[in-house]
Design a protein around this ligand. Structure first.
Ligand SMILES: NC(=O)c1ccc[n+]([C@@H]2O[C@H](COP(=O)([O-])OP(=O)(O)OC[C@H]3O[C@@H](n4cnc5c(N)ncnc54)[C@H](OP(=O)(O)O)[C@@H]3O)[C@@H](O)[C@H]2O)c1
Length: 277
């Protein structure tokens, strides 16, 4: 892959033994449409080599579309998925039982059309199953060669430490963005322990235009508030791996352009004071 692809301009981050560009793609709204397939292809063309999905996204369709477009013929692209939320008639419920996770991994392997899942993340911690048991199941799947690396999502520092006593955890995915920073301690823990931190809703679900200071600073750089929010995250910590979610090629390209904003320390400081941690 070209080293000067737009996605590589923000630099790289280690996810265990893989190195990926810090600007990836969140695929939670991807369905099997022509435009979504084109978006995935364009993302890879622009150098995106980390794509985040989950078995529950779009009732499995996000995974199966990614499998159809990428399958195993893009070995340089890390497709990260998640399991541990069971689809039930009344919505979803967390299930971290080993037997559930084992069958969830089989389903993801089939839909993603790979022999081994690059990064498998426990989507949520099941309050009825000790995290050690869920992670031990993933470690067994890793030993069987079905999962290459293990990540967690929606965890506290305490849960992360417990999980790390059972298996090597290479990533954590928690909610974090310029306006919602409750997970700052988890981010800092990850940075200290060389664990990739993947903030979900890095764009505050697209609701940023009303934030006056952000828009004003962005305007001075000729950028959009969304680009600046991503740029701020890049500068916030070298552990950050971004997965902005989009269905729009225009937004995809805009998001990759965030790396180019020459954000100075003073403006970084102003933006850092926008939300109370
Ligand atoms: N682990 C978890 O529990 C969890 C929970 C939620 C999400 N996630 C992951 O995190 C990823 C990102 O989160 P998210 O998609 O919910 O929220 P997000 O990335 O903060 O925001 C996505 C929204 O922003 C819009 N957007 C994207 N780029 C934009 C741009 N340049 N300008 C203006 N609007 C823009 C998108 O609309 P357009 O389609 O029009 O661009 C979409 O409505 C998901 O795809 C998923 O992989 C994980």
């Amino acid at each position: 892959m070209a080293q000067d692809s737009p996605a590589s301009h923000a630099g790289t981050v280690r996810v265990g033994d893989r190195t990926v560009n810090r600007l990836g793609l969140g695929a939670n709204r991807i369905t099997d449409t022509e435009s979504a397939r084109a978006l995935l292809e364009r993302a890879v063309e622009l150098g995106v080599n980390f794509i985040d999905t989950a078995d529950v996204y779009q009732f499995n369709e996000s995974e199966s579309t990614i499998g159809k477009v990428l399958g195993s013929h893009h070995p340089g692209v890390v497709v990260a998925t998640k399991g541990g939320v069971a689809r039930t008639s009344d919505g979803g419920s967390v299930d971290g039982h080993p037997e559930y996770l084992r069958q969830a991994v089989e389903g993801s392997l089939e839909r993603l059309r790979v022999d081994c899942i690059e990064l498998y993340q426990l989507h949520r911690v099941d309050p009825h199953v000790p995290i050690e048991e869920s992670v031990a199941a993933l470690k067994e799947l890793q030993e069987l060669g079905k999962v290459r690396q293990i990540g967690l999502s929606n965890v506290s520092v305490g849960e992360l430490e417990r999980a790390r006593r059972v298996a090597t955890i290479v990533s954590v995915q928690n909610r974090f963005n310029i306006l919602q920073r409750e997970q700052e301690s988890v981010l800092d823990y990850c940075a200290q322990h060389s664990i990739a931190f993947i903030p979900w809703t890095p764009l505050h679900r697209g609701n940023l235009a009303a934030e006056k200071t952000l828009s004003e600073v962005a305007g001075r750089y000729g950028a959009t508030p969304h680009q600046l929010a991503l740029r701020w995250l890049i500068q916030r910590s070298p552990a950050v791996l971004l997965i902005p979610g989009t269905l729009s090629v225009v937004h995809l390209e805009e998001n990759l352009g965030a790396a180019e904003i020459p954000l100075n320390d003073e403006d970084f400081g102003t933006l850092s004071r926008l939300a109370v941690p």
